[in-house]
Design a protein around this ligand. Structure first.
Ligand code: ADP
Length: 881
C-alpha cells in the first residue's frame, strides 16, 4: 500500500495558498492516507497531483491539468457513471479506494461544496454487484494473537456471513483461512510478518488496522452491540478481539458520512444485517487444506489445459440460483464429520431423487430466486433502489409456490427447511402496495411509488395531471379566443410553457399576452394564468419527487428492519437448492447413497466424478481400506490410472461427507477427519522452493498431523531427488505411516522395490494397474488388481507420447542390455544430488553396464511428462554414442 498517495509534501506545505476545494481534497487524502481518494467534481471522480499521475498510468486515462488561481497541477478523472470498472482495476493493482462524494447540493452553497468519504472500497469488503462474483463469497479476514491462541474472524460484507474460530498453531489457522480464501486480511499493528505470511496466501492483501479496534474492551463492546454477549458466542479473547476489530474495519469501509444514499454512515446502522456470527471449531469439519483442495481439483483445475468447469464443483453444480451455488461451495469446503448430520443431508437428497416432477417444479421455481442475501444487505445499507425491492418481492412470490411444491416431503431436514420458509407476507404486501412494478432506476426522480399508496402523493400527482391537461387544452381554447388558427402551445426546458404566434398574426394577440421570447418568424408569449398553472405543476412535481424519495426510504427501512427474517428465508432457499441439485446429480448420473459409518472406506464400482464426465468409457474400480488394511502401495505404468484411482477414492469420501450420493455402485464410508494429499510435482516457483522442497514440506505436514482417521494420498514421494534417496524416503515414510500413524493411505509409486515392503508389513498391501504390452503398443485396461505390477512399460509410453522412433529404439536396446546384465540397484553410487544424472561413458565398456543400468532406472520415462522423457532420452542417446 502506498501511504503517500494523496497529499504530496509540496502541496501540503503551501496549504494556505490552496483553493478551498483543493484544501478539502488534501484534507481527505491525509485523513484516508491508506487509500486512493476519488474526489467527486460534478460528474467525475478526480484525482490530483501525484495521485493523478498514478491513476492515469494505472487506468490508462488521460492526464490533464487543472488550473486555478493558485497554479496548475496534474489531474485525472473517471466518469462517475462507470466508476466501478475503474475501481476494479485500482483494487487489482493493490489499492484501497476512498470514494469522496459531494454531500451537499452545489446550489445550496456559495463557497465549496461539502464532500465526504461515503465508502472505502477494498478487495475484501466489496458490496457492489459489478465487482462481485455471484457464485463466490468474498471474505475479509482478521487475525489476532494472544499468548496461547490465534483468533480468526471472517466476514463477507456483501452477504453478512460471519465466522470465527481459533487455534493454537498458525498451521491450523492457515488451513482454516484456505477454506475461505479471503481477498483481504487485517492484522494488529506490529504483528509479526511471518505469522501473516504463514497464514495468508500471497494474493491476499494483508495490512495492519487501527490498534484501538483490537483492544479487548472496545472489541467486546462492538461485538456485543451486534450479537449480544460475546462470552456466550465466542470461546477465546483472541476470537472476540478478531471479531470486534473486523466489525470496526467493516464500519470504517462503509464511510463516515451522512450521504444521501448511506442512511447511517459510519455507524453500525448500515451493517444492521449482520445478524449471525457462527463460531466453530476447526474440528467440526473434515479438514481440507489448500494443498488438498488444489490437488483434488475441487474448485479449480491445476493444469492449464482443459475446460475450466471440469472440477468437482463444476460437475456437481446443478444449483438453480446464486444462493445455492455459493452454499454448495461452502459445503464442499467443509465436509461434515458427524454421521447424524451427514445422514440428515443424505435423507434429504434421497427424497429429492425419488420424484422427478417435484424436483423439476421446485428447481424451476428456484431459478426465479434472486440473490436476496446480497439484496437485503444492500437494502440495509441504504444502497438498494426500487428495482431491488421489486426483485426481493419477486423472490418472496416464489416462496408459497415452493412450499406447496414440496409439501409432501417428509425427511427431517426438508421439513425443517420448509418450515423455515417464512412467506414474509407483510414485506411482500408492503412492496407490492408501495413500489411500482417497473420502477425508475433513480430513486430521486419519481416514478417509484405506486398509486394509491399515499394520499398526499396521489393529490400532488393529480394536481400535476390536471395542470397538464389544462395546458393540453389551452391550444384549442386560445385559438378560439384569438381566432389565430396557427397558434401553438409548446414547452422548452429553458423557458417553460409558451404560446407561439407567427409574425403575420401578431395583431390579433390579446392584451393579457406577455412576451417571453422573440424568434425569427414568430413571438412566444405567456399569460398570467398559464404562468400560474405552470408554477403549480412544477411545485407539485418537485414536492411529489421529494415525497416519493422520502416514502421510498421509509419502505426500504421498514424492509431492512426485517433483514433477519429475509436472511432466514435466503438460508432455507439456499439449502433447498443445494439439496435439490445433489438430488438431480444423484438421480441422473447413477450415483448411490453411501452408508456412513463402519470401519474404513469401502467402495464397489467407484468412479471418478470428473474424469467419468470427460471420458467415453470409464472403468469402475473397487477400493477397500480399513483398520486391517490401512496402507495400499499402488504401482503400474504411467497413464494406467493410478492418480485417477487415488483421487476418486478421496473425492467419493468428500462427496459422502458433504451429504451427497457418490459415483459408485455402493459405498460404506466411516468419516475421515482430514484428507492429506502429496500429489504430483507442483513447483512453488513464486515461493522460490524447489519441487523436492515442496514435496518434503507437504510430507512433513502429513506426518505431523495425520491421525488414524485420516485419508492420505501419496503420489511419487521422493521423486524430486535421486533414486536411492527417493526410495529410502519412500520406505521410511511407508513404515512410519503404517506403524505410527495408521492413517488410511494410498501410495502410488514407481519404486517397485516398495512392493516388497508392502508384503512385509501386516496392514499394507499391493494394488496395481496392469497393461497389455507388446513391443509396439501398450494398452491399459484401467482396472485395479491386488498384488504388485510386473513391468513399467515406460518406453512404450514414451513412444506413444511421440518420442522419436530412433530414441525409443535405442532406449529399448539399452533396456535389453541392462536387463541381461541383471544388475542390482547399487545404493552407494549415488550422492543424493545427481538429478540430472552425471555424464555417462561414451560406450558401454565392460563394467560400465551397472552404471548404465542405474542411469536407465533413474531415467524412468514412465514417471515423466512426454517432453521430459524426450529430453532425457535424447541426452542419454547423445551420451552413449
Ligand atoms: P497414472 O496416474 O497411472 O499416470 P492417470 O490416473 O493420470 O494415470 O490416468 C491416465 C489417463 O487414463 C487419465 O487421464 C484418464 O483419461 C484415463 N483413465 C484413468 N483411469 C481410468 C478409468 N478407470 N477408466 C477410463 N479411463 C481412465
Amino acid at each position: 500500500m502506498d501511504a503517500a498517495l494523496g497529499a504530496p509534501e509540496k502541496m501540503a506545505e503551501n496549504e494556505d495558498e490552496l483553493t478551498p476545494m483543493m484544501s478539502q481534497y488534501f484534507e481527505l487524502c491525509r485523513e484516508y492516507d491508506d487509500s486512493l481518494v476519488l474526489f467527486q467534481v460534478g460528474d467525475f471522480y478526480e484525482t490530483f497531483c501525484e495521485a493523478a499521475e498514478k491513476t492515469a498510468r494505472l487506468l490508462e486515462i488521460a492526464l490533464t491539468q487543472r488550473e486555478d488561481s493558485t497554479g496548475t497541477y496534474p489531474m485525472a478523472g473517471i466518469p462517475i457513471d462507470n466508476a466501478e470498472s475503474y475501481i476494479e482495476t485500482l483494487l487489482d493493482a493493490g489499492y484501497r479506494v476512498a470514494v469522496a462524494d459531494q454531500v451537499q447540493d452545489p446550489e445550496e452553497t456559495t463557497t465549496v461544496v461539502d464532500r465526504a468519504v461515503t465508502r472505502i472500497v477494498t478487495p475484501g469488503t466489496l458490496t457492489e454487484d459489478e465487482l462481485l462474483d455471484t457464485d463466490d463469497n468474498n471474505f475479509v479476514a482478521c487475525l489476532t494473537e494472544d499468548y496461547e491462541r490465534y483468533g480468526l474472524a471472517l466476514l463477507d460484507v456483501s452477504t453478512g456471513d460471519f465466522y470465527a474460530t481459533s487455534a493454537r498453531r498458525t498451521g491450523a489457522i492457515a488451513d482454516e483461512v484456505s477454506r475461505f480464501a479471503p481477498a483481504e486480511a487485517i492484522v494488529e499493528p506490529g504483528a509479526a510478518d511471518e505469522t501473516a505470511t504463514e497464514c495468508f496466501d500471497a494474493d491476499c492483501l494483508v495490512s495492519p488496522y487501527d490498534a484501538a479496534a483490537f483492544e479487548s474492551e472496545a472489541a467486546r463492546e462492538r461485538v456485543e452491540s451486534y450479537f449480544g454477549s460475546p462470552d456466550a458466542l465466542l470461546a477465546a479473547d483472541a476470537e472476540i478481539r478478531a471479531c470486534g476489530a473486523l466489525l470496526a474495519y467493516a464500519e470504517y469501509t462503509r464511510g463516515g458520512a451522512e450521504g444521501d444514499e448511506t442512511e447511517s454512515g459510519g455507524e453500525r446502522g448500515s451493517l444492521d444485517y449482520l445478524n449471525h456470527l457462527t463460531r466453530y471449531e476447526p474440528r467440526e469439519y473434515m479438514l481440507l487444506d489448500r494443498v488438498a483442495v488444489s490437488s483434488l481439483e475441487l474448485f479449480e483445475r491445476r493444469t492449464v489445459h482443459g475446460d475450466a468447469d471440469v472440477t468437482l464443483l463444476g460437475v456437481l453444480d446443478e444449483t438453480s440460483c446464486a444462493l445455492g451455488s455459493r452454499t454448495l461451495k461452502d459445503w464442499l469446503r467443509r465436509p461434515l464429520l458427524e454421521s447424524d448430520r451427514i445422514e440428515a443431508r443424505l435423507d434429504a437428497v434421497e427424497e429429492w431423487t425419488h420424484d422427478v416432477r417435484t424436483r423439476e417444479e421446485a428447481r424451476d421455481l428456484l431459478r426465479e430466486v434472486y440473490d436476496i442475501e446480497r439484496l437485503i444487505a444492500r437494502i440495509s445499507r441504504g444502497r438498494a433502489n426500487a428495482r431491488d425491492l421489486r426483485s426481493l418481492k419477486a423472490t418472496l412470490d416464489v416462496v408459497p409456490e415452493l412450499k406447496t411444491a414440496i409439501a409432501d416431503f417428509e425427511s427431517e431436514r426438508l421439513v425443517e427447511l420448509r418450515d423455515q420458509l417464512d412467506e414474509l407476507a407483510d414485506v411482500r404486501d408492503l412492496i407490492a402496495r408501495a413500489i411500482r412494478e417497473d420502477p425508475a432506476r433513480e430513486i430521486t426522480e419519481g416514478d417509484v411509488i405506486e398509486r394509491g399508496y399515499d394520499d398526499e402523493l396521489d393529490e400532488l400527482r393529480e394536481t400535476e395531471r390536471e395542470g397538464k391537461a389544462w395546458i393540453d387544452d389551452l391550444e384549442a381554447t386560445e385559438r378560439e379566443r384569438t381566432g389565430i388558427d396557427s397558434l401553438k402551445v409548446g414547452h422548452n426546458s429553458v423557458h417553460g410553457y409558451y404560446i407561439e404566434v407567427t409574425n403575420p398574426n401578431l395583431d390579433s394577440v390579446p392584451d393579457d399576452y406577455e412576451r417571453r421570447q422573440t424568434l425569427k418568424n414568430s413571438e412566444r408569449f405567456y399569460t398570467p394564468e398559464l404562468k400560474e398553472r405552470e408554477d403549480e405543476i412544477l411545485r407539485a412535481e418537485n414536492r411529489a419527487d421529494d415525497l416519493e424519495h422520502e416514502l421510498f426510504r421509509d419502505v426500504r427501512s421498514t424492509v431492512a428492519a426485517e433483514s433477519e427474517r429475509v436472511q432466514a428465508v435466503a438460508d432455507a432457499l439456499a439449502q433447498l437448492d443445494v439439496l435439490a441439485a445433489l438430488g438431480e446429480v444423484a438421480a441422473t448420473r447413477d450415483y448411490a447413497r453411501p452408508d456412513i459409518g463402519g470401519d474404513g472406506i469401502h467402495v464397489e464400482g467407484g468412479r471418478h466424478p470428473v474424469v467419468e464426465r470427460t471420458q467415453d468409457s470409464f472403468v469402475p474400480n473397487d477400493a477397500h481400506l480399513d483398520s486391517d488394511d490401512t496402507f495400499a502401495v499402488v504401482t503400474g505404468p504411467n497413464m494406467s490410472g493410478k492418480s485417477t484411482y487415488m483421487r476418486q477414492v478421496a473425492l467419493i469420501t468428500v462427496l459422502a461427507q458433504t451429504g451427497s450420493f457418490v459415483p459408485a455402485a455402493s459405498a460404506r464410508i466411516a468419516p475421515v477427519d482430514r484428507i492429506f494429499t502429496r500429489v504430483g510435482a507442483s513447483d512453488d516457483i513464486a515461493g522460490g522452493r524447489s519441487t523436492f522442497m515442496v514435496e518434503m514440506t507437504e510430507l512433513a505436514a502429513i506426518l505431523e498431523s495425520a491421525t488414524d482417521e485420516s485419508l492420505v494420498l501419496l503420489d511419487e514421494v521422493g521423486r524430486g531427488t535421486s533414486t536411492t534417496d527417493g526410495l529410502a524416503i519412500a520406505r521410511a515414510v511407508t513404515e512410519h505411516v503404517h506403524d505410527e500413524v495408521g492413517a488410511l493411505t494410498l501410495f502410488a509409486t514407481h519404486h517397485h522395490e516398495l512392493t516388497e515392503t508392502a508384503d512385509d508389513l501386516p496392514r499394507a498391501f499391493n494394488l496395481h494397474f496392469a497393461a497389455e504390452g507388446t513391443d509396439d503398443e501398450v494398452v491399459f485396461d484401467h482396472e485395479v488388481r491386488r498384488g504388485a505390477a510386473t513391468a513399467s512399460y515406460g518406453v512404450q509410453v514414451a513412444r506413444e507420447a511421440g518420442v522419436p522412433d530412433e530414441v525409443v529404439g535405442r532406449a529399448r536396446e539399452l533396456l535389453a542390455e541392462a536387463e541381461s546384465a541383471d544388475v542390482e540397484v547399487d545404493a552407494d553410487i549415488d550422492d543424493g544430488a545427481s538429478d540430472p544424472p552425471e555424464p555417462a561413458p561414451k560406450a558401454i565398456a565392460d563394467g560400465a553396464a551397472d552404471e548404465l543400468a542405474e542411469r536407465l532406472r533413474e531415467v524412468d520415462v514412465a514417471t515423466m511428462t512426454p517432453l521430459e522423457a524426450m529430453n532425457e532420452l535424447a541426452e542419454l542417446k547423445r551420451d552413449v554414442e
